[in-house]
Design a protein around this ligand. Structure first.
Ligand SMILES: CC(C)(COP(=O)(O)OP(=O)(O)OC[C@H]1O[C@@H](n2cnc3c(N)ncnc32)[C@H](O)[C@@H]1OP(=O)(O)O)[C@@H](O)C(=O)NCCC(=O)NCCS
Length: 187
């Protein structure tokens, strides 16, 4: 069964926010969101100019996620605008890794600290558990304190540190904490 999700929440500032599964029609807006959020911090894996998929290709990928019972991609809308996006993707090719999910998230800077990241993460973890996954994993740049705080609050633990995980265009590097949330260890 595909993992469909839809929920209305109230943000810390009182605004309404709709969380729902991403659909193919969101493709253009999601690409724009990825370009914006990739430019706002040094914490995302891609530079904005490396987000070159066409809306058609993105729509195709979104359709594949919609049909996949073990993956989820959620969008958060405030006043009809895409404010945040989060996903859990599972390796469908290698069955030995089928119990693991890979988490990613981005919220536009103007919506930070309103609770969107928490709501997206919670929804993704619930969906991952419903899908039968046993753990969700991620990597986070070691200076990304906001994200790190969020992940710890939802039960992620550090299992490693990857030095020089990112090399930036100016020649500097950033290390990354590797984190895992094991559902069997959740209270
Ligand atoms: C990380 C991110 C997803 C968080 O989203 P968000 O909507 O701001 O998250 P929330 O509002 O739900 O929660 C933010 C939490 O960080 C806390 N926080 C804010 N600034 C902080 C800081 N400098 N250090 C530690 N914690 C901080 C807030 O107090 C809040 O925690 P609380 O709810 O326990 O009070 C968002 O900032 C983002 O997209 N950042 C850029 C992209 C990115 O870093 N993605 C993750 C890559 S691994």
């Amino acid at each position: 069964m595909p993992l469909r999700y839809k929920k209305e929440i109230t943000l810390k500032d009182g605004q309404d926010c709709l969380l729902r599964s991403a659909v193919a029609e969101d493709a253009q807006e999601i690409l724009e969101h990825q370009r914006i959020t990739s430019a706002e911090t040094d914490f995302m894996a891609r530079y904005p100019d490396e987000i070159c998929d066409t809306p058609e290709k993105e729509a195709y990928l979104l359709q594949a996620v919609e049909a996949d019972p073990h993956s989820i991609m959620l969008s958060a809308f405030v006043s009809g605008n895409l404010a945040g996006s989060a996903s859990v993707f599972t390796d469908k090719v290698h069955s030995r890794c089928g119990h693991r999910g890979d988490f990613g998230i981005s919220v536009k800077q103007k919506y930070w600290n309103e609770g969107i990241g928490s709501a997206l993460l919670q929804a993704c973890l619930e969906a991952a558990q419903r899908a039968g996954l046993e753990q969700v994993e991620l990597g986070v740049v070691d200076t990304n304190l906001r994200a790190f705080h969020l992940y710890r609050r939802f039960g992620f633990q550090i299992y490693g540190m990857l030095p020089n995980a990112f090399r930036y265009r100016d020649g500097s590097y950033a290390g990354e904490y590797e984190m895992v949330c094991k559902f069997s260890e959740q209270k």
